[in-house]
Design a protein around this ligand. Structure first.
Ligand code: GDP
Ligand code: MG
Length: 164
């Protein structure tokens, strides 16, 4: 059957925007409010000779007593379990934060293949220096994309599909 690719990361890093862009239509809900995606959402994607299923998730907020955010994390953990490859999304505008390290730890423990995607790199010339700090996560090379400007998507999909 088709490989499953889970899209995970903290709320508001642009997971649903990236999901919709790859799905080629607006399926997932994109909002400025963190935690808006509460259901698992699937879409079939074709890239070159590859056909696979992408799965959007609500987001992982590691330290929270908020029940909705805990439910979202649990749902993301299920998605990670099901996934063949995990796209770990971080946000270059916000920079590297403690929650990113905690998500990286979760993924290491899950022993899944991970592609680290640095989103919101809307200008590769200007913002590239900020991408390199994500090497500190120790989870592999950071791949810059802009889900809004549709930059870096082909290279990112090459990295993902190379892991099937
Ligand atoms: P999610 O919570 O991780 O699913 O994040 P969303 O997809 O809902 O996006 C959160 C916010 O980030 C929205 O305001 C998006 O428009 C914005 N966003 C997403 N991708 C990009 C991007 O590539 N560049 C910029 N500048 N903003 C983005
Ligand atoms: Mg979302």
């Amino acid at each position: 059957s088709k490989p499953i690719v889970a899209i995970v990361g903290r709320p508001n890093v642009g997971k649903s925007t990236l999901f919709n862009m790859m799905a080629g239509e607006r399926i997932a809900i994109v909002k400025d409010t963190p935690g808006v995606t509460r259901d698992r959402i699937y879409a079939d994607v074709s890239w070159l000779k590859y056909n696979f299923t992408i799965m959007d998730t609500g987001g992982i907020e590691p330290d929270t007593h908020n029940q909705m955010l805990r439910d979202m994390r649990e749902q993301a953990e299920m998605a990670i379990e099901m996934a063949d490859v995990v796209m770990f999304i971080v946000d270059v505008k916000q920079g590297l934060v403690d929650a990113d390290y905690k998500v990286a730890d979760m993924l290491r423990k899950a022993q899944k293949k991970v592609v680290l995607v640095v989103n919101k790199v809307d200008n590769f010339d200007k913002m590239m220096p900020d991408v390199y700090e994500f090497y500190n996560l120790g989870i592999g090379d950071p791949h810059p994309v802009s889900s809004l400007a549709k930059l870096g998507i082909g290279d990112m999909l090459d990295e993902v599909t190379a892991l099937f």
